[in-house]
Design a protein around this ligand. Structure first.
Ligand code: ATP
Ligand code: MN
Length: 477
């Protein structure tokens, strides 16, 4: 007999058919009712066991966490809470679970505790929902780009360049770190290292992405990136997944249109595909917020927030306009920001981004044309000599979710800027070659996948939307 997944079972009507199901026991009530879950959805299938005809030894082994296989008759349920139930004919224990030792008790656990048992947290309702939504979003990203004929490009994980020049790098080496080979001057001799030069884990696939866009026109990457972020925040991971499209012939406006379309498309997809999970997560968030004081609670529920984001056009504002708004805000005047906004040119902190989105515009915002001093070397210089064609998309509760720009395609301007910023032009000869051979206006952006999953699931800590988070002092599992 072929196993049927519980999601499918729950969608059929109980018409006395014999079926086979397998899964993990969530609870076992009165030696009679098993709530069985197989991860296909959050709802459990109720299995009715006849304790008179079931051996005592078997009954004892039906414990929370145990894995079982059941053949039974699917019938319409008389009880409340479910439409069908399975009357057990034969039950086999596939894997025991010692109820005394199993860390997941059928009660509410804190998210912090569940992080410590991340290997088991998939078996809770919250994480079941979160990771099914994550899966739907990942699929939707590919679907969106494939429907537009973008080429999915695998950019390298090991790299010898630091795309951002930010220096938050994880080094890659096969040296014995305690005792690396040295040159005559006593410096580490990277010529003898595996790649013959210093290497690191990639912080972004953008530079390589640009190379491919100069042949395929439209490409995207979707892969892991690594940053030795020292900041221990709820929005930063040391290992995260990024989506980086790069488009030839796109200016900044085309770039913003694409990013907005992408976000709306994937949110809509997840919303439709995982409606029950998102309902559940919306309810979860409501419960969580009840613990908070009234003023800290969000005005909108998760579902309302998603709808709101889909139904409104993102507000497009220049950095200069945003600084004026922030400077004149009551928040700034009453010194409620940790970093007060006093002049043009300062970098925005997440408190400012969130003020613009949550308090001022009350919808997603795209900030454009930042001062060149606070942005990367490859962003296209505007005619004013002060700003670059950058665009960041800011989301409620998240802050920056997308960072992008039109790229500087003019060789001379690019080289000058690199020199000003101490970016080695010799090492990036291959990048500069694209500006020598058939350069064109082009644009791209990076979407942090976990920040997107945070937004759609309404979770508040980025550690809860990636299966096994890597953060400072934490690399368990
Ligand atoms: P932030 O200011 O929030 O640190 P950033 O300016 O460093 O972001 P970019 O270099 O533009 O970010 O990276 C593109 C996108 O990748 C960001 O918009 C964000 O969604 C995501 N991102 C960046 N750093 C991290 C991180 N450490 N963990 C998870 N996502 C990240
Ligand atoms: Mn950063």
């Amino acid at each position: 007999m072929k196993r049927i997944r519980i999601k499918e079972v729950l969608q059929t009507s109980g018409t006395n058919q014999e079926i086979l199901v397998k899964g993990w026991v969530r609870t076992f009530r009165n030696n009679q009712f098993i709530a069985l879950n197989d991860g296909s959805c959050n709802n459990n299938l109720q299995i009715v066991v006849d304790f008179n005809s079931t051996p005592e030894t078997t009954l004892k082994r039906i414990t929370t966490g145990a894995c079982i296989s059941v053949v039974g008759n699917l019938i319409a349920s008389q009880g409340k809470g479910q439409t069908v139930e399975l009357v057990c004919k034969t039950l086999e224990i596939l894997g025991d679970s010692d109820a005394e030792k199993f860390p997941l008790q059928p009660k509410k656990h804190s998210l912090e505790f569940l992080r410590e048992i991340a290997h088991l947290r998939f078996r809770t309702n919250t994480f079941g929902a979160v990771f099914r939504v994550r899966n739907a979003l990942a699929f939707a990203v590919h679907k969106f780009f494939q429907e537009k004929d973008f080429v999915y490009l695998h950019t390298p994980i090991i790299s010898s360049s630091d795309a951002e020049g930010a220096g938050e790098l994880f080094r890659v080496t096969n040296f014995d770190i305690a005792n690396p080979p040295k040159t005559e001057n006593g410096e580490v001799d990277f010529k003898q290292d595996f790649f013959g030069k210093p290497t690191n884990l990639t912080v972004s696939g953008q530079l390589e992405g640009e190379l491919a866009a100069m042949a395929f026109s439209d490409i995207y990457t979707f892969g892991p990136t690594f940053r030795a972020e020292n900041s221990n925040t709820t929005r930063h991971l040391a290992e995260f997944w990024m989506i980086e499209p790069e488009m030839a012939f796109f200016d900044l406006n085309d770039n913003m249109d694409l990013a907005e379309d992408l976000l709306k498309y994937v949110i809509t997809y997840a919303f439709t595909k995982c409606h029950e999970d998102i309902e559940f997560l919306s309810q979860r968030l409501l419960e969580e917020e009840k613990q908070k004081p009234q003023i800290e609670r969000s005005e909108l529920s998760l579902i309302e927030k998603l709808r709101f984001c889909l139904d409104n056009e993102f507000e497009r504002v220049t950095y200069t306009e945003a600084i004026e708004i922030l400077k004149d805000s009551n928040h700034n005047k009453k010194k409620k920001f940790s970093y007060l906004i006093d002049k043009w040119g300062v970098d925005l902190q997440s408190e400012h981004e969130r003020y613009l989105v949550e308090k001022h515009f009350k919808k997603p915002v795209i900030l454009t044309d930042y001062p060149k001093e606070i942005k990367a070397f490859y962003m296209r210089q505007n005619d004013d000599g002060k700003t670059v064609g950058a665009m960041d998309i800011l989301f409620p509760g998240i802050g920056e979710i997308v960072g992008g720009s039109q790229r500087e395609e003019r060789l001379e301007k690019l080289e000058t800027r690199m020199k000003e910023m101490n970016i080695p032009t010799e090492e990036l000869w291959w990048y500069l070659d694209t500006r020598r051979f058939g350069a064109c206006p082009h644009s791209g952006f990076g979407l942090g996948f976990e920040r997107l999953v945070l937004f759609v699931t309404g979770m508040t800590n980025i550690r809860d939307v990636i299966p096994f988070p890597r953060t400072p002092k934490n690399c368990e599992f």
